[in-house]
Design a protein around this ligand. Structure first.
Ligand code: UT7
Length: 332
């Protein structure tokens, strides 16, 4: 187990953005053989947001980033690095982070994407934290953004009812000596179930063909049941490890900001950690599963509505394709 010492980073500001267009469960009933009741009972989702035509992932990311920068009292020119967690970048090449940099107008600093799917934001935060701890960089913008509505098969009820579009961001800066900051981060991947959640075509293994498009092989495929069991187990163990590394017990956690994939997963993790559900920041009902954006959107909501207070201990945990999962413990 690695324990890093040195000037840790802290979250100096958060921001979020969701597209205006709301898609309810009722609207999905018109597209696939599903029901509002099934979606609510099996997932906890009532509605999700869908990006406007012409809106790109980087557009959403920049909106969230500007809000996070404003909250941190910084401008784009203060940034030293941009890390974007996403699997739905504007284009396969270059990185979404490059377009974020272009739109923020801060050329020259490193800007790159992290492809850790739903764990992307926590991965990005952990990487940013390491650069700050090492002294290499000061102000790192970390973003989770997904425009999944464009990579979903809208004829597949097993996936299209689950996901939504959105972006969340945080600005990391060097922490002072007041005990605030990123206390620990833990990152994991186990590729045993790599094919259980994937976009099969469109990469170098299976270049896109007309037949591939016809069969929706360029869209998200998921064997949900496989992921469910692993999610409960791994989110719980990753959360415990983040706490252990920081020398804290679950009862020290003021707020859990979990990845919002399924209310039943979250409930089971809460039970196993013995942390009451009313200490979880939840928004799955309104936004569905926004993959890498779900944690930073919920974090920003908790901060802005005053639930998450300075000095609070916040636990984040996420799991998605890879299977990659991650946890982070922060004193805000
Ligand atoms: O964020 C990335 C990581 N992803 C996750 O963490 C997702 C983890 N998995 C899940 O959240 C759940 O497995 C799902 C919500 C995806 C599915 O729930 P489930 O309880 O595992 O359902 P299931 O796939 O076992 O399907 C149960 C039944 C099936 O019908 P039969 O075979 O029992 O007749 C499905 O065909 O529900 C049916 N079904 C639906 N029915 C109505 C599947 N999707 C739908 C739907 N509407 N949208």
């Amino acid at each position: 187990m690695t324990i890093t010492v040195g000037p840790r980073s802290r979250i100096a500001g958060t921001g979020a953005y969701v597209p205006e267009r709301v898609m309810t469960n009722a609207a999905l009933e018109a597209l696939v053989d599903t029901s509002d009741e099934w979606i609510r009972e099996r997932t906890g989702i009532r509605e999700r947001r869908v990006a406007a035509e012409g809106e790109a992932a980087s557009d959403m990311a920049v909106q969230a980033a500007r809000r996070a920068l404003e909250a941190a009292g910084l401008s784009p020119s203060d940034l030293d690095m941009i890390i974007v967690g996403t699997i739905s970048a504007d284009m396969p090449l270059p990185a979404c982070a490059a377009f974020v940099q272009q739109k923020l107008g801060c050329p020259g600093i490193p800007a790159f994407d992290v492809a850790a799917a739903c764990a992307g934001f926590v991965y990005a935060m952990s990487i940013g934290d390491q650069f700050i701890r090492s002294g290499a960089h000061r102000n790192v913008l970390v973003i989770g953004v997904e425009l999944l509505s464009r990579v979903l098969n809208w004829k597949d009820r097993a996936t299209c009812v689950l996901f939504g579009d959105g972006a969340g961001a945080a600005v990391l800066t060097p922490a002072g000596d007041d005990g605030r900051g990123v206390l620990s981060t833990r990152l994991y991947t186990d590729a045993t179930l790599a094919e259980s959640l994937c976009i099969p075509a469109g990469g170098s293994k299976e270049p896109l063909t007309a037949a591939g498009i016809e069969e929706a092989r360029d869209k998200v495929h998921m064997v949900g049941g496989d992921i469910f069991k692993v999610a409960v187990r791994n989110l719980t163990s990753a959360s415990r490890e983040a706490l252990e590394v920081a020398g804290l017990e679950p009862k020290a956690v003021d707020w859990v900001v979990p990845h919002q994939a399924n209310m039943r997963i979250i409930t089971q993790v809460a039970q196993r950690l013995d942390i009451p559900l009313d200490r979880f920041v939840l928004n799955i009902e309104r936004y569905g599963n926004t993959s890498s954006a779900s944690i930073p959107i919920a974090l920003d909501e908790g901060v802005r509505d005053g639930r998450i207070q300075p000095g609070n201990t916040v636990l984040m945990c996420a799991l998605g394709a890879g299977i990659s999962w991650a946890s982070a413990l922060c004193r805000m």
